[in-house]
Design a protein around this ligand. Structure first.
Ligand code: ATP
Ligand code: MG
Length: 468
C-alpha cells in the first residue's frame, strides 16, 4: 500500500490509499497518482450509472506533490440528481450542499467527498459569484473555470492525467500561474488573489510575474470579498510552511487586508540585536513557530507597533492595540481574540530562568500553562530572528519550559486559586467583600511565591491578618 505523507494536525481519520494507479500497466505513459480508495470507489459508482468522472483540483495537485490529501473533489458528467440516486443505491449518504451550482456531498464511513457536475461559470458581475453556472459538456471545459494551472488538473486511474494548461510542469517548477488572463480571473473572483498568496505559503511556490502583477493591480477588488473568506485564506497563509518567503513576496498584496504590514516593510531596526527590518524579522519569527494559529498570529502581530514608537519603547502595548483592531475587523474566532493579544503584550517581558519568575509569569497569564508554553515558543523564535549573537537567548526559552515542568511537578502555587485559603477565609477575618479581598489574596500569593510563607492554611491566615 502506498502512503502519502499526512498532516499530523488533522483531526479527520486518514484516508486509506490505493496502490499507485495509472501506472504503465493500466495507462501507458501516465503518471501515478496515489488517490484515496474511497475516491476510486466513487468514480466507479458514477461510471456504473453511465456517467464520466474524474478526480480534480486540490486532491490531484497534492497527490502529485506527495502531500497529504485532505479533501477529494470529483467532477462528473451526471446531473447531481442522478449522482444522488447512484450513491444512495450504493448505500452512501448524500447531502445537498451546493446543488444550486451542481455540487453534491456524498459520505461513506464518515468520509465526505464532493461531486460536482461539469460546469462553466457565467459572467461575474459582483466579483464574487458567477451570475449563473451552466453545465459543461467536457472535463476540459470544466477545468477552464478553475483558478490556477496547478488546480486545473484531472486524473482518472485508467485514463491518466488531463492537464490542458501545463499544471504538472508548474507543479514541477513550483509556480502559481492563473488559468487564462490573470486580470480577468481576479476580476471574476477576487478571493483568488488571496488563494495565490496562501498557496505560495503552503507549497513554497513562487507566483508567476504576470499573475503577480495582476494580483497587485486588482487587490482593491478584495473589498468585495466577505470577511469570513478573507480570514480563512489568511489563516492558511500564516500557517504555511513557507510563510517567510511568502510574506516578503506577497506583502504588497496583503496590505489591502492588513494595512498594518506596510509600515513594517523597510522599517529599520538600528539596534545591536537586529539585522533585519521589522517585516523580515517578523517573517522569520512567524516561520519558526509551530504551524498553529495562536502562535503564528501572535508572531505576525508581536512587533507590529514598532514603526509607530520611538526607539521601540512600549511597542508591545502598541502592537497589542493593533492586533485587537485587526481581530475586530476580521472574524477571528473568540479564543484567538482572547489569547493572541495577551501573548503580544507579554512577548517582551523579561522572565529570568528561575522557578519564582516562571510562577509570576504564569500568574500574569491567569495560570494558563498553554499560554506560557506559547510565550516560550514566541521568545525562542524571536531570539532566532535577531542577530546571530542573540541565538543563545533561544536557549533561555528551553530553560523556561523545563522550569514550567518543575513547577507543575512540584504542584507549586502560581494563582490565588491554588492557595490553601480563599476569599471566604479572608472575609471571615473581617475584610469587607470587594477588591480588598483580592489585594490580600494577591499579597498571600506573592509571599508564597517568594517562599516567605508556606502554602498552608494556618500560616496564610496569620499572614493575611498582617495585611489588613
Ligand atoms: P485546499 O483544499 O487545500 O484548500 P483546493 O485547491 O483543493 O485547496 P478547494 O477550495 O478545495 O481548494 O477547491 C477545490 C478546487 O476547486 C480547486 O483546486 C480549484 O480547482 C477549484 N477552485 C476552488 N476555489 C476556486 C476559485 N475561487 N476560483 C476558481 N477555482 C476554484
Ligand atoms: Mg480541496
Amino acid at each position: 500500500m502506498a502512503h502519502a505523507p499526512r498532516n499530523p494536525n488533522t483531526s479527520r481519520r486518514p484516508f486509506q490509499f490505493a496502490e499507485p494507479v495509472g501506472n504503465a500497466a493500466t495507462c501507458p505513459g501516465a503518471v501515478s497518482v496515489p488517490l484515496p480508495l474511497v475516491a476510486l470507489d466513487a468514480l466507479h459508482i458514477i461510471e456504473e450509472a453511465g456517467g464520466e468522472a474524474w478526480c480534480v483540483g486540490g486532491c490531484v495537485r497534492d497527490a502529485l506533490l506527495g502531500r497529504a490529501v485532505h479533501d477529494v473533489d470529483i467532477a462528473s458528467s451526471l446531473p447531481w440528481q442522478r449522482a444522488q440516486e447512484a450513491f444512495r443505491a450504493a448505500g452512501w449518504s448524500t447531502v445537498e450542499t451546493g446543488v444550486a451550482h451542481g455540487t453534491l456531498t456524498v459520505v461513506r464511513d464518515g468520509e465526505p467527498l464532493e461531486i460536482t457536475t461539469y460546469r462553466c461559470d457565467g459572467a461575474y458581475s459582483d466579483g464574487r459569484h458567477p451570475d449563473a453556472v451552466t453545465a459543461a459538456a467536457t472535463i476540459e471545459e470544466d477545468l477552464q473555470r478553475r483558478d490556477f494551472t496547478i488546480n486545473a488538473l484531472a486524473f482518472h486511474p485508467a485514463r491518466g492525467l488531463i492537464d490542458p494548461f501545463g499544471g504538472a510542469a508548474d507543479l514541477e517548477a513550483g509556480v502559481i500561474r492563473c488559468v487564462g488572463e490573470p486580470m480577468e480571473r481576479f476580476a471574476e473572483d477576487a478571493l483568488r488573489i488571496l488563494r495565490a498568496c496562501r498557496f505560495a505559503s503552503q507549497l513554497g511556490f513562487t507566483i508567476e510575474p504576470a499573475t503577480f502583477d495582476a494580483m497587485v493591480a486588482s487587490k482593491n477588488l478584495l473589498r468585495k470579498v466577505s470577511g469570513e473568506r478573507v480570514y480563512r485564506e489568511l489563516e492558511r497563509f500564516v500557517c504555511g510552511d513557507a510563510v517567510h518567503d511568502a510574506l516578503l513576496s506577497c506583502v504588497d498584496v496583503l496590505t489591502f487586508v492588513l494595512p498594518e504590514l506596510a509600515a513594517m516593510k523597510g522599517c529599520p531596526q538600528v539596534t545591536p540585536y537586529h539585522i533585519y527590518d521589522v517585516l523580515e524579522h517578523t517573517a522569520w519569527v512567524v516561520q519558526r513557530k509551530p504551524p498553529v494559529p495562536l502562535v503564528r498570529w501572535a508572531a505576525l502581530f508581536h512587533d507590529m507597533g514598532k514603526p509607530a514608537v520611538e526607539h521601540f519603547y512600549g511597542h508591545p502595548w502598541v502592537s497589542e492595540q493593533m492586533a485587537e483592531g485587526i481581530m475586530h475587523r476580521l472574524p477571528f474566532p473568540a479564543h484567538l481574540r482572547r489569547d493572541v493579544p495577551v501573548l503580544v503584550r507579554v512577548h517582551d517581558d523579561v522572565v529570568p530562568a528561575n522557578e519564582r519568575a516562571v510562577r509570576r509569569a504564569l500568574g500574569r497569564l491567569g495560570g494558563r500553562t498553554d499560554l506560557f508554553e506559547a510565550l516560550c515558543d514566541l521568545k525562542r523564535a524571536d531570539a532566532l530572528g535577531q542577530a546571530p549573537h542573540c541565538a543563545p537567548r533561544a536557549e533561555l526559552a528551553g530553560e523556561l519550559r523545563r522550569l514550567l515542568g518543575a513547577v507543575l511537578e512540584a504542584e507549586a502555587a502560581f494563582t490565588v486559586k491554588q492557595l490553601a485559603i480563599g476569599g471566604h477565609d479572608v472575609m471571615a477575618l473581617g475584610v469587607p467583600a470587594g477588591p480588598e479581598v483580592g489585594r490580600v489574596l494577591d499579597a498571600c500569593l506573592d509571599a508564597v511565591i517568594d517562599g516567605a510563607v508556606a502554602n498552608e492554611r494556618e500560616a496564610l491566615l496569620a499572614f493575611a491578618r498582617e495585611q489588613m
